[in-house]
Design a protein around this ligand. Structure first.
Ligand code: UZR
Ligand code: MG
Length: 247
């Protein structure tokens, strides 16, 4: 509710503080099951927003390193469970980036299932922060930092087929181990933890990365938001002028 009440045109007039406050970065959450096309969609958005500062943060970077005991029994480890991630650190990261600070994001090595101890990826302050991962909508505090939430609703068979290819080609695994892990952990965790968070999405994208119409619409919307933001920096009273002229 606006303290100053509606103006001549019946539209709310922004207060001076509202119009002058520096806008925070726009935070976009991108979720969906494994191999749903999250990374591809994020890269398409980044490509189309080349004229802005955009950073991509993956929830995968916040995997907890496995203990020696867990590493020995890695086939029994559930990488698809919310507890596999250090959510407190992820929250800290997004809070810092959203407040305009930089952050040293950990580097996770999928081969050794551990974090590199001596190096980080320095992520600097930006106009847009994209956070992607299978469970980025799971924690309410992380979710509440997002200005826009996208869920990629890609067919399950398509995702499994892609997952098999990716794990064999990029992660040096064999078909049996991929299928065993999928049946034991990936699919049940998708049903129990990932799919229930679809309801938090603002936009559900059918067919994932091949849905160019949806991605164009989303990029247009982000541009509109960023445009308002930049013009407000130049003309602090722009929002007031806009609402007076209904533009
Ligand atoms: P995306 N994952 C691994 O395979 N190994 C690891 O060390 C850490 C994670 C997998 C994880 C999950 N699960 O399904 C997937 N397993 O990475 C998430 N098994 O990545 O969203 O890109 O599919
Ligand atoms: Mg990925």
């Amino acid at each position: 509710e606006n303290a100053s009440g509606p103006n001549l045109f019946g539209l709310p007039t922004p207060t001076a503080t509202e119009a002058n406050a520096p806008k925070q970065p726009f935070v976009i959450g991108v979720s969906g099951g494994t191999a749903s096309g999250k990374t591809t969609v994020c890269n398409m958005i980044i490509q189309q927003l080349r004229d802005h500062r955009v950073v991509l943060v993956s929830q995968d970077s916040f995997y907890r390193g496995l203990t020696p005991e867990e590493s020995r029994r890695v086939h029994e480890y559930n990488f698809d469970h919310p507890d596999a991630f250090d959510t407190e650190q992820l929250l800290d990261c997004i809070q810092k980036l959203k407040s305009g600070q930089s952050y040293q994001v950990p580097i996770y090595d999928f081969k050794s299932h551990s974090r590199l101890t001596d190096s980080f990826r320095q992520v600097n302050a930006s106009d847009v922060i994209i956070l992607e991962g299978i469970l980025v909508f799971h924690d309410r505090r992380v979710r509440n930092l997002m200005n826009m939430k996208l869920f990629l609703d890609t067919d399950d068979d398509v995702r499994l087929a892609r997952r098999i290819k990716r794990d064999i080609v990029e992660r040096g695994r064999d078909i049996n181990s991929v299928l065993d892990q999928y049946a034991k952990f990936v699919k049940p965790a998708f049903d129990d933890f990932v799919l229930p968070t679809k309801k938090y999405a603002d936009v559900i994208i059918p067919r994932g990365a091949s849905n160019h119409v949806a991605i164009d619409l989303i990029v247009q919307h982000i541009r509109t938001k960023l445009g308002q933001h930049n013009l407000c920096k130049i003309y602090p009273n722009l929002t007031a002028i806009q609402s007076m002229f209904q533009i």
